[in-house]
Design a protein around this ligand. Structure first.
Ligand code: VGL
Ligand code: ZN
Length: 228
């Protein structure tokens, strides 16, 4: 049975962390030691992703008129730019991870020197893109990152997802990894949510999809330790 694991570290960026992040996730920085521990394991492929928006991105509340432009609260309807019949309800956020700003930078304490690829996402101003694979539209997909090709070209079998945020980019990246045909594992200690009350529903979604949430001592991690 073949086993080739890859580690995907999602959006470990200043804007998602205290003390200065515009969209800081509570305890966001506290997961770095767990992630650095995972980076020291013999994963044959390690990837970091970055949320990387233009200033005029559709998900920024600042780009929408009052009164429906409250960051963290307001929801808007986005149309597929190639197909107005397909729509998505999506949340508005404070400006975050704008290309070229310090908020978009990866955390300096994250051992990014151990990753082989940094995949940027969210550059298309017309669509939200939580998943590091693609935007949520399907008829057709609007924007795809290089992530699926990198993983498939390397003949990866198992994808281990960690990072920020558990209820947004980690969630949709893990669900898409499973859809792409990879056995997908989310390491619980190595992710934190924007909204902890959302996690029960996220776990239920994972259960349906076949994504497994594990802790760092799980047999699936031991298997990586023994990988050669
Ligand atoms: C994210 C909200 C907006 C994330 C990205 O990385 O989870 N959340 N953009
Ligand atoms: Zn974003």
């Amino acid at each position: 049975m073949t086993f080739k694991p890859a580690l995907v570290v999602v959006d470990l960026q200043e804007d998602f962390c205290p003390p200065h992040g515009s969209l800081a996730v509570q305890g966001g920085r506290d997961i770095v030691p767990a992630i650095n521990d995972l980076l020291s394991l013999p994963f044959p492929l390690k990837i970091a992703t970055k949320d990387f928006h233009p200033q005029d991105h559709i998900s920024f509340a600042s780009n929408h008129p009052a009164p429906n432009n409250k960051p963290f609260q307001s929801m808007i309807t986005i149309k597929n730019p190639h197909n107005p019949e397909e729509t998505q309800e999506t949340r508005l956020w404070p400006d975050h991870c704008v290309q070229g700003t310090t908020g978009s930078e990866l955390l300096p304490e994250f051992h990014v020197g151990k990753v082989q690829h940094i995949v940027e996402k969210g550059q298309d101003k017309r669509v939200e893109m939580y998943s590091a694979f693609a935007d949520p539209f399907t008829s057709p997909t609007v924007s795809r990152s290089k992530l699926a090709k990198i993983l498939h070209d390397a003949a990866v079998t198992d994808v281990y997802v960690v990072g920020l945020a558990a209820d947004y980019c980690v969630r949709f990246t893990a669900l898409d990894a499973q859809k792409e045909g990879f056995n997908t594992w989310v390491v619980g200690e190595a992710t934190k949510p924007v909204d902890a009350s959302a996690m029960e529903a996220v776990y239920a979604e994972y259960g349906k999809a076949g994504v497994r949430v594990i802790d760092k001592d799980d047999a699936a991690i031991r298997r990586v330790r023994e990988y050669s």
